[in-house]
Every structure is written in structure tokens, then in C-alpha cells.
Write a protein that binds this ligand. Sequence first.
Ligand code: ZN
Ligand code: ZN
Length: 246
Amino acid sequence: MKSAFWQLADLLFPSRCALCGMADHAVSDGGNAYCPDCIEKLTPVPRNRCQRCAAEIGPYASSKEGCVQCRKRTLRFNSVVCLGMYDGALQKALLAAKWSFSAVPMRSLGALLATMRAAELHDKAFDRIVPIPQHWRQRLVRNFNPAAIVAAELATRLNINCDVHLLKRISRTRPQKRVSVKQRFENQAGSLAATYPHTIRGERILIVDDVLTTGATCSEAAKVLKAAGAKSCSVAVLARVLDHSA
Ligand SMILES: [Zn+2]
Ligand SMILES: [Zn+2]
């Protein structure tokens, strides 16, 4: 995590690269927070991914029935798009962006996701983009909801309506990190509700979060939205976190 000094520098001098700190880098499309070298690190060549959960799989592996990470799980969403796996530069950038005073780095990561995965995102012709709402404890300690920032950026770039009020939290789940991977699906059950369910009948919805680990939260969101009549629910996240207890 960045020191308070660097966080303040980000706020005062947004042209400084949010990952390596290089000053006066060329600001590209969308007020990008990262220098060209860091953008290259943040957007590696896409690998073969599981169609169901976006985990990286072998170059010739098929994933129609899911991969070793997701095969045993009931996932209610139809597919997942991500910028990359949660490691290296992307992990570092995501952590720094999440705890930054400024939402600019998070917005830039959203812009990279929209650009790098444009074909997959345009292909599905979504009707609405819906971010996962924050846990109440996260609201107390963070300056913004990363999922809402990424969702807004995707919405602008794909020209789709972003709906931050559709999903709301209705029960106090424990933070996902504090429960075992197996308990995460139970922990999320009944935690979300659709605020105005009648408006989404027949819609193709893109659910947005910052990361996807077990998929429990996004699966619960898809379950709620499909029960309200959504035709399909796909997921877009910045990074796919592998859980090794799969
Ligand atoms: Zn840089
Ligand atoms: Zn999978």
C-alpha cells in the first residue's frame, strides 16, 4: 500500500504514474493514471481462460463444463470477463487503487478493462450495468466503492446505463475474507435484493466487481437478478483471484 505521502502526491499531481511513480508521463485516453510501461505490465497477452469463471487454463484445455477452480460450484452467472489474474503488476495496482484517496487509478483500471476486453463486452449487448454494493464495514473505511467506479467507467465506454441502486444489501454478511472459501456461498445467501425488480424483466445484465475469488458474491447477485426476470447475467471484474482450496 502507498504511504500517505504518495497518496497525497496522487491527488495533487495526477500525472504521476499511480504504479511506478514516474512523473509527467503522457496522459492517454481517459486521463490514464499509469505510464506506458506500466500499462503494458497491466495488460499482458490474454491467455486461454475458463469460459465459466475466467481462471487461466492450459492453452489447449476445454472449459465448457468449467475448470478445476469452478467445476464443483454452482455459479448463477453466464460468463466472466477480466483484465487479468490477480498477481504481479495488476495485484499491486489494484491494491493501491482501492486505498487511494483519489478514484482516478481505479477509473483507469476500468478503462483498461473496457479497452482490452472490448470485443467480449460489446458482443453481448448488455442492457444495464450493475455494480456489487459495498459491505457496510467497507463503506466506513474506504473513500469509494471500487465496483461502482469500474462499473461507471465501463458504462461510459460501452454507452450503457449504469445502475448503482438496483442491488442493495439486506443482511449483514461477514466480510468474505473472514470466512472459509466453502462458507462464502452460504454467507452470501440472502444478502442481496433487487430494489425495483419489475424494471429488469428480459434484460441482459453485466454485474461488475473489482475482483472475483470464489464467485459467491457475483453468483448471489445473478441469482437475485435472474429471479427478478433478467434474461442473462454476465460478470466483469478487474482481476480473477485463484483460491487454492478449490
Ligand atoms: Zn508507471
Ligand atoms: Zn472455471
